[in-house]
Design a protein around this ligand. Sequence first.
Ligand code: PY5
Length: 305
Amino acid sequence: MPIPEVEKIWMDGELVDWKEAKVHLLSHSLHYGSGVFEGIRAYETSRGAAVFRLTDHLKRLFRSAAIYRMPIPYSLEELVEATKVVIRANGLKSCYIRPIAFRGYGEMGLHPHGSPVNVAIAVWPWGAYLGEEGIKNGVRAKISSFRRNDPNAIPPAAKATGQYLNSILAKMEVTEAGYDEAILLNQHGYVADGAGENVFVVRNGYLYTPPISSGALEGITRDSVIRIAEDFEIPFRERELVRTDLYHADEAFFTGTAAEIVPIREVDDRPIGEPGPITRRIQEKFFAIVKGQDGEYEHWLEYVD
Ligand code: PY5
């Protein structure tokens, strides 16, 4: 699906027209993947657009940049404000937000320090990444034959542009075989995460997700689900998972900003079944929170106006 165009994109401190938001062909990051990015969502609430955990997402952007020793020439506060500015400029009530900091046009050697760090924030209306149908009835997942990039090769702890080649290989493999989403194992064979989501399973009333050390991204939605589960007093453990933990799950689901909370109804052609009660409860709570209908989690919403 093509990206729905809106009016403006924030680029290096200015609002530029959507069609003019261009970079040079010889930008370092285009050749070597030397960029870091975020995926954030703003939701429509009764008090206007609210960005879900905006500051937490932007903090992760700075952590990603630090791994690659990329100095972002703006403060956290400036990028929080810039995000609100670009949402307002486009008059959006809800949207997906894609901040990116990347090594731009400067030098072509691998050492990145001779290339400037450019920063941009784009926003556009983006529906459910794995489909509305997926959120309702669940998706069919398949474990990819491609393993998650190793922490000592390309650290999954950063959300860097180049590392997504790994997810792209996995995504293509499984979707072209007729599945909805890929799950990646790490180099030791333990479950890491989805192509663009964290993975949770429920068994005998316990909720499990792989630890960050398994190669999972430190997802903001993952963290939100863990806190919701604590509030519901659903027993939770971070634990290394093998593929059969997915096959034996009573319930399973993906979490992510683009995907939101998506039940998994099948893994590798082994049925898990219809979305279960714990998945449903967490999903309902999550959507109430992001839409500003849950006072308890008000602090996770950063209002645009
Ligand atoms: N794991 C991976 C590999 C991810 O890319 C993402 C987010 C997550 C987990 C979930 O993290 P969070 O809950 O903080 O979003 N993926 C991006 C997103 O915007 C890009 C998807 C195309 O959801």
